[in-house]
Design a binder for this molecule. Structure first.
Ligand SMILES: Nc1ncnc2c1ncn2[C@@H]1O[C@H](COP(=O)(O)OP(=O)(O)O)[C@@H](O)[C@H]1O
Ligand SMILES: Nc1ccn([C@@H]2O[C@H](COP(=O)(O)O)[C@@H](O)[C@H]2O)c(=O)n1
Length: 202
């Protein structure tokens, strides 16, 4: 099994990169795990309490469960991935049955901050886009897809996204084997990653 970790700031294009990589790989050979699915279960908190959580701090992620699941997949076991709702700011009661595959891609803003999880990755990738580009993309995406408004995204950006990015996410670039510049769509970089994966699949 090949486990690839793809980190990068919010809006850098991680999900887009993963989708591009997966698109042309043989179906049934690859599985994708998003760090977002592993936000902690906060059912004990009210909605008003949950919206105050700093979702860009490593403590917000259930890394213990993510680590356990990756180790299970590595051993050839099937896992039940949690499902997260950005609208409810909480896990739902659903689960996604995930089988081990030849390639497992894990993507998320904070995945390279965790030493044990870093060790599980065969290839570590960091997707880079400038902060103004990321903010613009985040604004458009969160308003279109995650039920946010302009003021909410901008306030969160100033209070948590920017400081957490500087403190926790940007420093993990040093762990990356490959840094993908993604201020624009970068098909050359995607082709390189795909060919590395294809070599392992034969
Ligand atoms: N290179 C790019 N140029 C313009 N828009 C992009 C680019 N990459 C991603 N996007 C858009 O920006 C938004 C955030 O991208 P996404 O892949 O979800 O980022 P991330 O997963 O890193 O938060 C999405 O709406 C996506 O379509
Ligand atoms: N309830 C939540 C939980 C997380 N977020 C934000 O999601 C971002 C990470 O996801 P990306 O797809 O952008 O990598 C992170 O920056 C959190 O602030 C949220 O808005 N609401």
């Amino acid at each position: 099994m090949l486990i690839i970790g793809i980190a990068g700031g919010t809006g850098s294009g991680k999900t887009t990169v993963v989708n591009q990589i997966v698109q042309e790989l043989p179906e049934g050979e690859v599985t994708v795990i998003s760090q977002d699915s592993y936000y902690r279960d906060n059912s004990h908190l009210s909605y008003d309490e949950r919206i105050k959580i700093n979702f860009d701090h490593p403590k917000s992620i259930d890394f213990e469960l993510l680590c356990k699941h990756l180790e299970q997949l590595k051993k050839g076991e099937t896992i039940e991935q949690p499902v997260y709702s950005f609208v409810k700011h909480n896990r739902t009661s659903d689960k996604v049955i995930t089988h081990p595959r030849k390639v497992v891609i894990v993507e998320g803003i904070l995945i390279l901050t965790h030493p044990e999880i870093r060790q599980l990755f065969d290839i570590k990738i960091f997707v880079h886009a400038d902060s103004d580009e990321r903010l613009i993309r985040r604004l458009k995406r969160d308003i279109a897809e995650r039920g946010r408004d302009l003021d909410e995204v901008l306030t969160r950006y100033q209070t948590t996204l920017k400081p957490m990015h500087q403190q926790f996410i940007e420093p993990t670039k040093e762990y990356a084997d490959i840094i993908i510049p993604y201020n624009r769509y970068n098909n050359v970089a995607i082709d390189i990653v795909r060919s590395i994966i294809n070599q392992r699949l034969v």
